[in-house]
Design a protein around this ligand. Structure first.
Ligand code: ADP
Ligand code: MG
Length: 319
């Protein structure tokens, strides 16, 4: 099967949006950007053996490739619109491609976005996604908007995907945790609902502490986080009963794809309304403080030092 036929297979599975003048098939896509909006653009790569395993279900790989990019748009408060897909494949495998595209496009459509182009080449299996979305200029949720005294909030629960990666838990708990790793649900509706409500926002992809560190540096603040307040799923509680081990997964484990954001304490009621409007649970986990750095306090009010703090590519390589 030639490159052209593979692209045809992809195009057949795509439903266009009304604002796509020209989609897959020409030298470039033509998109109608509505006046008064900013285009939010982001890109993420998923490599075999690094971000997913060779034997993983292609549908789940497709889902996750879309979801992690949707999550970046969610963290900006942007509405997802037009995606590009760069595929490097070791061989023309129509069955793998069909399942991958179904997972990928299914996620896009669930959040109102569509695929408008890409590139298909032969090579080690790798997926590059460019995500584009729209946001009114004053509404974008940036990392640098946090102020000292802000509440710190997080959507959903933390640590599930890290436990799933480690293969922890049994029976239904194990299945749930693996699902959180392989099929994350990006918080798109919550990101949009947080426009003008959150002050700083990031999606938790590399671990809570690592990603909180980005908000702190950008906003020029420190943070206090309460271990006992971290939102915890029942399956995680079952799979990791020890609170120190569990806290470490929740603070340092990656792949949560929840939103971490700060907001004025005056707006607590406004933030809680996000739950009512979008069905997304939100939990207050701490606050921004003047002292630089992040202090995690355990239930007794003592500093908690987690053994791990976030995934970093190239960590350990010599410069
Ligand atoms: P060109 O050689 O002009 O770059 P290509 O042959 O690479 O064109 O691509 C032809 C068309 O198919 C383009 O519109 C491109 O955006 C689209 N396309 C190629 N690969 C993909 C893909 N993996 N997903 C979506 N669209 C793709
Ligand atoms: Mg090309």
């Amino acid at each position: 099967m030639a490159e052209f036929e593979l692209i045809q297979r992809i195009a057949q599975r795509v439903r266009p949006r009304a604002d796509v003048r020209l989609g897959i098939g020409d030298d470039a896509a033509l998109l109608v950007v509505p006046p008064g909006y900013l285009l939010a653009v982001s890109c993420d790569t998923l490599n075999e053996s690094v971000h997913f395993a060779a034997g993983d279900d292609p549908r789940a790989i497709g889902h996750k490739s879309a979801a992690v990019n949707l999550s970046d748009l969610a963290a900006m408060g942007a509405e997802p619109t037009w995606f590009l897909l760069g595929l490097s494949l070791p061989a023309a495998e129509p069955d793998w491609l069909d399942a991958f595209i179904d997972g990928f496009v299914g996620q896009l459509e669930q959040h109102g976005a569509t695929l408008v182009g890409g590139d298909t080449t032969r090579g080690p299996r790798s997926i590059q996604v460019t995500a584009q979305g729209l946001v009114p200029p004053g509404d974008a949720l940036r990392r640098d908007g946090g102020r000292i005294g802000d509440d710190l909030w997080v959507t959903g629960t933390l640590g599930d995907a890290a436990a799933g990666l480690a293969g922890l838990g049994e029976g239904a708990a194990h299945t749930y945790l693996r699902g959180r790793l392989l099929r994350p649900q990006p918080r798109v509706a919550a990101g949009i609902a947080l426009r003008r409500r959150a002050r700083a926002c990031i999606d938790v992809s590399d671990g809570l502490l690592a990603d909180l560190g980005h908000i702190l540096r950008a906003s020029g603040a420190g943070a206090e986080v309460h271990l006992a307040d971290l939102p915890t799923s029942q399956p995680l509680r079952e799979a990791v009963p020890d609170s120190v081990a569990r806290g470490s997964l929740q603070l340092g484990g990656g792949d949560d794809y929840e939103l971490l954001f700060s907001a004025n304490p005056i707006d607590r009621r406004l933030i809680e309304r996000v739950v009512e409007e979008t069905g997304t649970p939100v939990t207050r986990i701490g606050r921004l403080v003047e002292t630089p750095g992040c202090v995690v306090l355990d239930a007794a009010g003592q500093p908690f030092i987690p053994p791990r703090s976030g995934y970093q590519h190239f960590a350990g390589d010599s410069a």
